[in-house]
Write a protein that binds this ligand. Structure first.
Ligand SMILES: [Zn+2]
Length: 106
């Protein structure tokens, strides 16, 4: 249905692993949600030793997602991810703690 290009902002300015810009509507399955900046805390070897729920290095421990209209790295305006929220509804954000269970994304 949607091509990958409509679900992931492919940006060569994004600084490091663990930061990405994805379609919030597709990721969260929430209609009217626009693009979201995802910041993920990824598991290190040390984390695996301390938390037996974690399965592999690089797995997601915590994710913060914030709805955005422009890419903060390259400055481009982001279009076409779900429907645009009204100004009153814009600004969704969420913190997801995956440390107690296996992340469904990996
Ligand atoms: Zn960008």
């Amino acid at each position: 249905m949607d091509s990958l290009q409509n679900l992931v902002h492919d940006c060569d300015q994004i600084p490091r692993a663990g930061v990405s810009i994805l379609s919030g509507a597709a990721y969260f399955e929430i209609e009217n949600l626009g693009w979201c900046l995802f910041v993920e805390r990824l598991a290190t070897e040390d984390d695996l030793e301390k938390n037996h729920h974690l399965e592999e290095i690089g797995g997601t421990i915590r994710t913060t997602a914030i709805e955005i209209r422009y890419c903060p790295y390259c400055g481009v305006e982001l279009h076409d991810a779900g429907s645009r929220s009204s100004p009153d509804e814009f600004g969704y954000f969420v913190h997801i703690d995956s440390s107690g269970w296996l992340s469904r994304r990996r």
